[in-house]
Design a protein around this ligand. Sequence first.
Ligand code: DQA
Length: 148
Amino acid sequence: MTRVLVLNGPNLGRLGVREPEVYGSATLADLVEQAGAWGAQDGLEVEVRQTDDEATLVGWLHEAVDTGAHVVLNPAAFTHYSYALRDAAAQVTKAGLVLVEVHLSNPYAREEFRHTSVVGGVATGTVAGFGFDSYRLALTAVAQRTRR
Ligand code: DQA
């Protein structure tokens, strides 16, 4: 079965209470449930994780490379400045695995510092602005890319 790690960066554990007008009222637990169900429909084995810690996120990307898992990544604020995360994400796509960068909001419609993604250039592609549907679309893209 095709494995996908859905990795979430800092403050995404606060979904539901954090700026619901921007990020919606659903929680990370809701995402775990929905992403698992969407993945199953597409024949994907999905595991959702979240951390506020950059080193942990880098380690999970290394794990994806070492275990051959595709990645859906919401780097959250790390998107905009973490070269360490970019370098780790680059290893995923260089290994021939799919890595989709996702965002709940549309960063290009927000503050200027959010207009730069240091991760986007090494991702397979990016989905942003559709709330939880960004993850659903990203999982569909992984399924289509990996289908023989
Ligand atoms: C985010 C957008 C980022 O700019 C922000 O720092 C986040 C969430 C999103 O999903 O819309 O934490 O990645």
